[in-house]
Write a new protein. Structure first.
Length: 209
């Protein structure tokens, strides 16, 4: 079973409270999501390997650490995932960004890919799939499967909040993919919304209904 990491830093939990609040306006919602994404990026990159290099300070020469050159890719699931990308890029400006678009097939009710655009060297990168909500897990599973079909096998999943049902589904479908979330909520309701959740992340982020 893949690892589930709940990023419970006090600042993340504080900001998540205002993200959940239905009174939070579109501008503030978007800014808060951006800030939480930045904070979560610290956790999701915690195990990136380091190399040691020589650095000359104003006083002497010393051994110091740098990221070992492991290349990263950010893969937001359209459209809500876009709202978390800039927050991560603040910390990792060298990361490349790809996109996956998924829509629900009205006959099968399963996510169907309608758009994908990946960095040309995506198979050589650690890819972080980004979606604010992990509800049923269908979109995340489909996005990860799409990446694996294209020979990408270094993948992590990053979401703001998740339902237990979605976590279980992703872990069963992709046991090799680590999942990073800010909160694990109670359940899904009969309409497939996370409870207590935060509503529809895309609508709240872009002011649509």
């Amino acid at each position: 079973m893949s690892k589930l990491v709940i990023c419970d830093h006090p600042l993340i939990q504080h900001k998540l409270t205002f993200i959940r609040n239905k009174e939070t306006n579109t501008k503030d919602f978007r800014e808060l999501v951006d800030e939480v994404a930045t904070l979560m990026a610290y956790e999701i990159t915690r195990d990136i390997p380091l190399d040691t290099i020589k650095v000359e300070t104003p006083v002497s020469i010393t051994d110091s650490k740098v990221v070992s050159g492991r290349m990263l890719g950010l893969i937001p699931i359209l459209r809500a995932g876009l709202g978390m990308v800039d927050g991560i890029l603040k910390l990792i400006p060298s990361a490349k960004v790809g996109h996956i678009g998924l829509a629900r097939d009205h006959e099968t009710l399963q996510p169907k890919e309608y758009y994908i655009n990946l960095p040309t060297d995506a198979p050589n990168r650690l890819l972080i799939v980004i979606d604010p909500m992990l509800a049923t897990g269908g979109s995340a599973i489909a996005a990860i499967s799409s990446l694996k079909k294209r020979n990408c096998d270094q993948i992590k999943l990053m979401c703001l909040i998740a339902a237990p049902e979605g976590v279980k589904a992703v872990q069963e479908a992709h046991p090799d993919v680590e999942i990073y979330i800010a909160a694990l909520d109670e359940r899904l309701n009969e309409k497939g919304y996370i409870v207590p959740g935060l509503g529809d992340a895309g609508d709240r982020m872009y002011g649509t209904n």
